[in-house]
Structures are given as C-alpha cells and as structure tokens.
Design a protein around this ligand. Sequence first.
Ligand code: ADP
Ligand code: MG
Length: 691
Amino acid sequence: MENFSKNYRDTLNTDIRFIKGVGEKRANAFNKMSVYNLWDLIYFFPRTYEDRREVKMISDLNAGDLCCIKAVCLSSVSQKRIKKNISLCGFRASDRTGVIFVKWFTNPNVKIAINKGEEFIIYGRCTKGYSGNEFEMVVMERSDSIASTLQIVPVYHLNKGLTQNVVRNAIGNAFLNISQLIDVFPEKILKRYSLMGINEAVGTMHNPKDFESLKRARLRLSFEELFMLQLSLLLMRNNREKDRNHPINDVFVVDEFIDSLPFELTKGQKTALDSILEDLSSDRAMNRLLQGDVGCGKTVVAAACMYVVAKNGYQSAMMAPTEILANQHYDTLKKFFGDRIRIALLTGATKKKKALYKEIEDGMYDVVIGTHAVIQKNVKFKNLLLAITDEQHRFGVNQRARLFEKSGDNCANVLVMSATPIPRTLALILYGDLDISIIDTKPEGRQEIETIFVNSSYKQRAYEFVRKELKEGRQAYVVCPLVKDSESMNASSSEGMFKILSEKVFPEFKLGLIHGKMSNEEKDTVMEEFRLQNINLLVSTTVIEVGVDVPNSTIMVIENAERFGLSQLHQLRGRVGRGDKKSYCILISDSQTKENAERMTIMTKSNDGMEIASKDLELRGSGEFFGTRQHGLPELKIANLFTDTDLLQSCRELCEEILRFDPMLTKEENSLIRQRILSIYEKADKEGILN
Ligand code: ADP
Ligand code: MG
C-alpha cells in the first residue's frame, strides 16, 4: 500500500511538460494559469460549456443561433487579410434546405482545408447577412467527425500559445497516464452525501453527457473543495488552541472599568464582552471575531478587555489598518484609561523606535496601539497575552496568521474586529478558524442617518444645508473619489474641491484637507485639528473610510457617489451619526445608469449594514465583494460561497466529525485527505499544521 501510494503521488506530481501534446512552451502557458502537474491539469475544469448536440437545418436557422450545421461547400474558399494577423475566409455552403455564407476568421498562415463539394460540420453563430435575406455563419470551430461534435463541448480558459484543442488533447492525454484517481472520500461518505465518485465526477466535468450529470459532478467537486478549505481552517484553529493559555484570574476588575465609563454598555456590548472574558479566563486559547455594524461601539469592548489583561499583569496589542485610526485609538484609549494603564503608540511615523522596542520588551507598557508596525519582527513583548486587530476586513488571512505567530508562547488570545457584516454561513468560511460574537445593538439615543440622493444640479442647495449645520456648531465631511484632478478621469478630487469650497463656497469657515498622498504627520495634524473642532469641514478621500470617530460631525457629502461600492458608502456614511444629533448623508451622482439608481435607492432606504452587504453581493458578485486578495483566501475554482451555503454547512459538519475522531488525520482511512491538506499547506507556505 505504501509503495502504491508513493507511485500514485509521483504520477500525480508529473510535470505537465512531460505529458504528450504539452512540451516546454505550452507548459509555460499552463503554468501561468497555475497548472503545473498532472493533478492540476486533471483539475483544470472548463470555464463554460457549449451545447453542440443539435445540428440545425439551414432553413431552420435564426439570427443569433449558436449551433452546428452539416453542409457541403459550394465554392472555393476566398481568403483575404484584414489585419496584420487576421484573415477573413469565406465560402458558400448548402445542406439542401438552404444556402448560407460561411465566414471564418483565421491566422493568415493557416489555410482553410475545405474543398468545393466537400461535406463538413461547423459550430458557429448565425447572423443576418448584408443582403438581408440570406444568413451568414461565423465559424467558431470546425469538427472533424460527427462523434466529436454532437456533444456538450467544454470550453477552457486559455493563455497565449494554447487553443481549445490543445487543452482538450492535453487533458485527454493526462488521463492516459493514470488509470484511476483514488477517492479522498471513503465509500460511506460518498453514500451519506449522495456524492459521485471522483473518477466519474472528473470525467463528467471534462466531458458531460448531459447537464444533469454535470450538475452532480460539480456538486461533488464543490463539496471536495469546500471540505478541504474548511478542514484546513479548522486545523489551523486546533493547532492554535493547543497553545496553552495563561488564564487570567481576575475578570471582575472589568467592573471598575465599566463603572468609569461616561455611558452604559449596550446589551450587545455586554454579551460580547462576557464571551471574550470567558475565553480569557479559560486555559484554551481564544480565537474570536467580533463583528458589529459601524458605530455599534466595538472599541470600548476592546478597551475593557485590554484593561482586564493589564490589571492581571499582562500586555495587549491592538492593530489598526491605517495610521489615522491608530492615532485615534490611542487618543480614545488614553481617555478611557486615564493613568490607570500605561499605553504606547507604535506606527510607521513613530520616532526613536529602538528605544520604544526596548521599553515594550521590558514591560514598561501594558498596551501597545499601532499599525502593522506592531507585527514587525523586531517588536518583542515581555508577556503579550491578547492581540486585537481592528477592521479585520482590511487585513488578509496571512497578516492574521502572522499576528497569531507573533503571539508565540505567551499570547494565545486573538480578537479580530470587523464592521463588514457577513451572513453567518459565509463567516464560517471566511473566518472558519474563529469563534464569532456579534454586537447587534446600537448605543442608545442614536438617530437614523437620513440619506439623500441628488444630481449635481442640487449641489448649491446641498451646500446651503451643510452651511446650516456648520453654523449650529457641527462639523462636516465632503468626500471625493480622487486625490488630485485628473485629465483621464472625470471625477472630483479632494484638492480641487478643497480649493473651490474654501475660496468660493465656505470662506467664512475653517476647512481642512486630508488624503492618502499626504505624509503621516500632515494627516495627524489635520485629524487632530478636526477632532478639536478647529476645522469645521473636512474635505477628504476614502482615507477616512474606516473607524474615524468624531461624534460632532453630523453631515457628509459624497461626490461622484457612483464610484464607490455600496458597502464602502455604508462605511463612509458611518462617520456621521455617531452622537445623539440627527445626521445626514448627501450622495451626489450624475450617473444615469439603472444600476446606479438602484444602488443609490438602497442607500437612501437602508441603514442596515447586513442588508446593504447582501445587496452589494447581489449586484457585484462574490468575486469583487470578497476579493481573495483582500482576504488572502485560496481561490475557489468550482464552489460558490454564496449559492452553495447548504453544502458549506454539510462540509463543516463532516470536517468537525472527522477531526473529532482523528484530530491529526493519522488514521489510514484519512491518509489521502491528509496528503491533500499537506499539499495545500505546502502551496500556502505554511508548515507544521499536522505534526
Ligand atoms: P465602531 O464599532 O464603529 O468601531 P466605535 O467603537 O468607534 O464604533 O464607537 C462609536 C461611538 O460610540 C464612539 O464615540 C463611542 O465612544 C460611542 N459609544 C460606544 N459605546 C457606547 C454606548 N454604550 N453608549 C453610548 N455611546 C457609546
Ligand atoms: Mg471602529
């Protein structure tokens, strides 16, 4: 068995350049699509399928039909070059029911080998010809035999140097190297979930006999894909939980912190805090996601935890995605803590870093707030027990992993906070390695933000409205998509807007400008002035998108609102409505598209992050919403996180069941699963999960 499995693995690892019909050059083209070995090639599934089962009679054709015809060539083939590397070939053909003109775009060096009088089958798109009464067919592919034609034909992603036929042949040849794939799932699991066997599934993906079996094959492979992904997340989590925690003894000190706050915690905040403190006092490591819509008050929950940790003699670190936010957290926490807790700020802009590193290592600080500077190698802690990341959706899984590593021997507890609301099933996969707490309450006295959508002819009126708020002592934001004016992009810029607003529109007020191209010191100064109310109106880009908390601001104008995603608009809008005063958001957009109208309507109607996120998903598709780049997740090839939620759930249950009986996957029956997981980790460059 051992030998056999080694041979099997070696075969699957065969470099594709040694597969018949591939070779060096094409192998490179495949490599660019992440296809390196035999296994990759077999799992290189079609992008889509063309249904070529029907051969149509010419007399039955309609413009727009995509189908096969079987006809005889009536004339010789004319060929003329229309571009440097494209020729247009044409000839007339007939199948006795009618005549059609066939158009064929080719490479000028390729001769169309069809002679007058010859019968052929082609697949293409039917269009109306110039004369109006005769159809034309633009050829997409010629088939040499009926057998290869009257099928559902796979269509693959291509790269320079590859054609559909080359890919199809390569995959066909790949199967010659291996007689049978061995199923990672034992028979009983296949039965339990009514899954197709692996050989049938893979065969069907490349060569489906009908769409019904294709659906079942896809289901099986989605199951496998989601299963592997979830299993690796669960292993990551189990691996971390092995780290023994130093449970804190005294959680009740939290009361003295809560009593010192100027407000009552909401129900949601209390519940979340309780779960976290329970984690911290257990000897298992904490891996928890704290999710809650913008403005629900996550920071103070984090602060309470850090307070408890400090009072038990350990250090905490809190990481924010931007410099602005790190600075703000530093100020906020200082206010919450007073001189009860020693707190340090560590960002890219921090001066005399070396000295600070030493002080952190010596334990002179209880809490370190920072940007990702906090997870740099040279930062060592004396006894870090709790690591918090704010606005988690801005960090990738990889950065999260690094934070976990950083925690090392001492700190096993990680809390990640995010305002991006995601449905629970999805959270299972995006944050499958974490427990989840949700704050579903808002602090008392908050009023709904009123959102208004107008086109730019209303701009002056909008500004008058802003002026009214400013006169009452409130503050405002004007958000623009660009930093500087741009010739290529027709959108307003923060610099241009700042000039117009400060010189022409609001000369009587103090205006500030903030954008990502400014130095950190400049940004800090502006934010500080805004917080101190020395600036009345802040013109900005999306640098203020996350986290910024200035409760006296009650109005936001968003220019070129069509340029922002829905969830992003919701985040931006979350900068107002943070106090007990009525707040407003004015969206300005001249885009006439139906989609834009729909999006703006959603914004005016809803203040609910979850609802907006679902709409965003619906309108933009999953790819963009949860860009893998953003989350550092492996790309899913077959499964769809949004439509396959039931499947996700079953996979999750199965993963948990398997790990319960075989936590390190050492049993014989799980050996193939183990191997697959190991190769996933090898690719992701993470080791040591299974030993
Ligand atoms: P987010 O969850 O978006 O990070 P913050 O933590 O920035 O929200 O909190 C938003 C604002 O609400 C802050 O000004 C904070 O001080 C205030 N806040 C938090 N909790 C409460 C509460 N229970 N009652 C009143 N105000 C609160
Ligand atoms: Mg926040």
